[in-house]
Write a protein that binds this ligand. Structure first.
Ligand SMILES: Cc1ncc(COP(=O)(O)O)c(C=O)c1O
Length: 401
């Protein structure tokens, strides 16, 4: 059957992620810095399986029955405690468990975006958020960052300009700590200035925070939500990196009215977040297993980040620069402007057997071609050194062509 004539207009705005397309090419002999995969080699599998067994035998049918869209109360109460340790005060009615934070992004997009509405993001930003916003036909405007994160003066210029044009600016989407893709953390002063500006221009702020739990050196990671006195921040986070991505569990913290709307939207998508995952996460949190695992990955990922930074400084040719993330999973590399990293990828994969994500797809509204995102958490230390050396050779060959 030919479905071309049946596809919705919306389907035209759905685009397969470049990362997924790229992963298809990656064979066993390719070192991949491409995906955003955590290293699962240190997972406390024994404790996880004890917990899974305990949940089935103890919570039994409750953990396997349909549940409320609003989520499992035990988990939400535990999340209230977990969030309070990061300075976020919320009660359980302000928390909504979601199927990963990706679903939280989708819910926000579904509830708030009309075609033509303006969304402001960092430039570059998380590409799957861009994908979600585009399906709802948002006009996405990027604002520059420097090493201290989003540039607040540029943000203000952008907001002023948009408002004077009569644009409907719906929200600012930001990843303040260990940003994806750059690894950059916004300074505390900028975070405060951002909230002041949001208050002055009456902006809603979507704060996406998967990575702040495992930073590798002392850095202020106070969430915007912890500084938010006006209820304008919608905070989202995830267990994907601190339990495992396969549990598909994230959560939103927001004012109750926002949570209610997101829950209504969620009903039509999946009724509720898997009850089994919620009970397992509850037990893992309650028993302190999540905290223990966070300390493990903090150590492991620090060693890997340091290895990648070292390999980059050893092998990269002149003219290549990169960020120094204080946590998270990614380093953002800038190559000389003559290189289009999306064009170089075929050479890198086929000849040098190394993969990365070209930077282009992370830009909301601009064509920038000379960046790439490297993941340092999934490869082994040997692969990091070997892969960066191969990548440096690919860049040198490409530059000399
Ligand atoms: C910034 C950001 N937001 C959201 C997600 C989605 O994560 P998940 O749906 O697994 O919680 C990711 C995943 O890598 C991410 O980097």
């Amino acid at each position: 059957m030919n479905i071309d004539g049946l596809l919705s207009e919306r389907a035209n705005y759905m685009k397969a992620s470049d990362i997924r397309e790229l992963l298809k090419w990656v064979t066993a002999d390719v070192i991949s810095f491409g995906g955003g995969l955590p290293d699962l080699s240190q997972l406390p599998l024994g404790e996880y399986s004890d917990v899974a067994k305990y949940v089935i035998s103890n919570y039994g049918l409750k953990a396997l029955q349909y549940g409320k869209t609003e989520g499992v109360d035990e988990l939400k109460d535990e999340l209230v405690k977990f969030m309070s340790r990061y300075g976020i005060r919320a009660d359980s009615t302000q928390i909504l468990p979601t199927v990963g934070s990706q679903e939280a992004i989708e819910l926000v997009a579904r509830v708030f975006i009309d075609p033509g509405d303006v969304i402001i993001t960092e430039k570059p930003t998380y590409l799957a958020a861009l994908q979600a916003f585009r399906v709802y036909r948002a006009r996405i405007i990027g604002v520059d960052m420097d090493n201290d994160g989003l540039m607040i003066d540029k943000l203000e210029d952008t907001v002023k300009r948009l408002k004077s044009e009569g644009a409907r600016v719906k929200f600012l989407y930001t990843i303040p700590v260990c940003q994806n893709p750059t690894g950059i953390t916004m300074s505390l002063d900028r975070r405060k200035a951002l909230l002041e500006l949001a208050s002055r221009y009456d902006l809603m702020v979507i704060e996406d925070n998967p990575y702040s739990y495992f930073t590798f050196e002392p850095v202020d990671t106070t969430p915007l939500k912890a500084l938010d006195r006006e209820g304008r921040v919608v905070y989202m986070s995830t267990f994907s990196k601190i339990i495992a991505p396969g549990i598909r569990l994230g959560w939103v913290v927001a004012d109750q009215e926002v949570v209610n709307w997101l829950a209504i939207a969620k009903q039509a998508i999946d009724l509720h977040t898997p009850t089994l995952s919620q009970y397992i996460a509850y037990e893992l949190l309650r028993r302190g297993i999540v905290d223990k695992y966070i300390s493990v990955i903090r150590e492991t990922y620090k060693v890997k980040r340091d290895a990648m930074l070292d390999a980059l400084s050893r092998y990269m040719p002149r003219g290549v620069s990169w960020t120094r993330p204080s946590g998270g999973m990614f380093i953002w590399v800038t190559v000389p402007s003559g290189i289009r990293t999306e064009d170089m990828l075929a050479l890198a994969i086929r000849k040098y057997k190394v993969a990365y994500v070209p930077g282009k797809s992370f830009y909301p509204d601009e064509d920038v071609h000379n960046n790439m995102r490297l993941n340092f958490t999934y490869p082994t230390i040997d692969q990091i050194y070997d892969g960066v050396r191969r990548l440096a050779n690919a860049i040198s060959e490409y530059l000399n062509q």
